[in-house]
Design a protein around this ligand. Structure first.
Ligand code: MN
Ligand code: MN
Ligand code: MN
Length: 383
């Protein structure tokens, strides 16, 4: 349709063109009858008024308005060196990991860092565990940071795999706790088999070495821990090389782990009073039309609530495309860095888009959605 044509044209050269077309397209989509996938009018409204409005006002203006330059701020989505901390400004980061999974900062350290950076809100989204959230929440209480409870799940069905972020759920929900424990058990079994493979390959790294990388507080041992252990023992020179040579899909140490289907994972998060958001859609291995189609059917059939349009490794073009997609489907927009500390030293906390954190308005929309689907469990009531 018209809008898709605009998207294609938007991939052309002049830097202002995608933004301009987004604005045109958002205008078009607001006067046409677009949000059919989720007929929930409220969600469409909040999607437009916050995510969409931000897209008009400040997310996608000309570079001069955003005040970034390719050298100091946004560099095409590929952050290649650690950046100095101060001065990233007010904003939020809805995607970060702690030592409870594969991050290198403890939950309290992460919260303190977010506070030092001046972030208004932070979501802790460890893989398969809520184990860092209690500590993060009490640290956030101490420093006065708005902490959003989160989790990151790997999901897969016949159409492929992606990561799902859950936000704002009830921390005490039994089904969620039980399912996460199952996932951790199956991950541990997978890790043990990876250890056997390392031995079979004659690599000088044991599971004790891997566990040492994860630290005592880790509820989850993940591939970055293997990567760091391989690096420490001189098998590879970097985490990236460890993934390239050993850990990525199809490589000698790669073993699939048991995961939920997107439908089950979304239902699980909804059942716990939370919302479900597709993480870093730009990293999903589908071309743009296939991904748009995938997101649309997840929204329609499985109840996907949103997509992480703002992400540290998205290009400006990716971001534009995902903001547009979210607006068209009436989905929430979230934004995060995917900060891991030492496990991904090139990804600084709070740097989400254009060298800056994500816009705070995104959290307002997210909370509005939470409140609309479960008034008893609104964040305000829980705090
Ligand atoms: Mn990770
Ligand atoms: Mn992820
Ligand atoms: Mn992550």
């Amino acid at each position: 349709m018209v809008i898709d044509t605009l998207m294609v044209i938007g991939r052309g050269n002049p830097p202002w063109l995608p933004s301009f077309l987004s604005v045109v397209a958002l205008c078009l989509s607001s006067i046409c009858d677009c949000p059919q996938s989720r007929s929930d009018f409220h969600s469409w409204q909040t999607g437009m008024s916050s995510a969409g409005a931000f897209a008009f006002s400040s997310a996608l203006p000309t570079p001069s308005l955003l005040d970034f330059t390719p050298l100091s701020g946004y560099n095409g989505g590929m952050n290649t060196s650690p950046r100095t901390e101060p001065g990233i400004g007010k904003g939020i980061d809805l995607h970060a990991h702690t030592t409870a999974s594969d991050g290198s900062l403890s939950p309290a350290e992460l919260v303190e860092k977010a506070h030092r950076l001046g972030l208004a809100a932070l979501a802790v989204t460890d893989h398969d565990t809520l184990g860092g959230l209690a500590e993060a929440q009490s640290a956030a209480g101490r420093v006065g940071l708005d902490l959003v409870p989160g989790v990151e799940l790997s999901v897969e069905d016949e159409r492929g795999r992606f990561h799902l972020l859950g936000y704002g759920f009830d921390l005490e929900n039994e089904a969620l706790g039980r399912t996460l424990a199952d996932l951790r058990r199956s991950r541990a079994a997978r890790n043990a088999r990876m250890g056997d493979r390392m031995a079979a390959l004659g690599l000088p790294v044991t599971m004790d070495d891997v566990r040492a990388e994860a630290g005592e507080d880790a509820e989850v041992i993940a591939r970055p821990h293997f990567a760091r252990a391989l690096m420490k023992h001189g098998v590879v020179a970097s985490v990236a090389e460890a993934f390239d040579r050993y850990l990525s899909t199809g490589k000698p140490l790669y073993l699939p782990k048991e995961v939920l289907t997107p439908r089950d994972a979304i239902a699980l998060l909804h059942g716990a009073g939370g919302v479900a958001v597709m993480a870093h859609p730009g990293l999903v291995l589908l071309d743009a039309p296939a991904l748009a189609d995938r997101v649309a059917s997840l929204a329609q059939d499985a109840g996907l609530d949103g997509i992480e349009a703002y992400y540290s490794q998205h290009t400006l073009e990716d971001t534009d495309r995902f903001l547009f997609l979210a607006a068209r489907l009436g989905l929430l927009v979230t934004g995060g860095s995917d900060f891991h500390g030492l496990a991904k030293p090139h990804v600084p906390l709070g740097v989400v888009f254009g060298g800056k954190p994500a816009p705070p308005a995104l959290l307002d929309s997210l909370r509005a959605r939470l409140a609309s689907q479960n008034p008893i469990l609104t964040p305000a009531n829980r705090r």
